[in-house]
Write a protein of this length. Structure first.
Length: 141
C-alpha cells in the first residue's frame, strides 16, 4: 500500500490545499468515506460537510465544503467544491440563517415536490450544525 496520497481542495476562489496526506475523510452525498493510499478510483458528489485530513505525523486539519465533486485516481484526490474554507473561516451564523430561510420555505411549500426538497434541505442543514458542534469549538465562529 502506498504511503498516503496527494490531495488538492479547490474552490472557485482559490486553491485551498495542495499537499500529501496519509488519509482524508470526505462528505460524500451518500455519507462520509475515507481515502488512503492506493484507493480504488472513484468519483462522487459532495454534500455540505467537513473534510478531515491526517498527515504522516498524525496532525489533522479540517475544512468546510459546500457541495461539489471529488475525483479519486492513482494520481491522488481532487476535490472541486462550490465553497471550501478552513474551519477557522466557517461561519455558523450563515448556516443558521440558511436554515431559517429553508424552514420558512418548507412552511410555505404548496406541492409535494417542494415539501420534499425543503424537508431534505432542512434535514441537511440541521445535520451540518450538529457536525459543526463536534468540531474543535475554538475554530468555529
Amino acid at each position: 500500500m502506498a504511503e498516503g496520497t496527494k490531495l488538492e481542495i479547490v474552490s472557485p476562489e482559490r486553491l485551498v490545499l495542495s499537499e500529501h496526506v496519509a488519509s482524508v475523510t470526505i462528505p460524500g452525498t451518500d455519507g462520509y468515506f475515507a481515502v488512503l493510499g492506493d484507493h480504488a478510483p472513484l468519483m462522487s458528489t459532495l454534500r455540505p460537510g467537513f473534510i478531515t485530513t491526517l498527515d504522516a505525523a498524525g496532525k489533522t486539519e479540517q475544512f468546510y465544503v459546500r457541495g461539489g465533486f471529488v475525483d479519486v485516481s492513482p494520481a491522488g484526490v481532487t476535490i472541486l467544491a462550490e465553497q471550501a474554507v478552513p474551519t477557522s473561516e466557517f461561519d455558523r451564523a450563515e448556516i443558521e440563517a440558511s436554515l431559517l430561510q429553508a424552514e420558512a420555505e418548507l412552511a410555505a411549500a404548496s406541492t409535494p415536490e417542494a415539501r420534499t426538497f425543503f424537508e431534505e434541505l432542512v434535514y441537511g442543514l440541521r445535520n451540518l450544525l450538529v457536525e459543526a458542534q463536534h468540531l474543535n469549538q475554538a475554530h468555529i465562529h
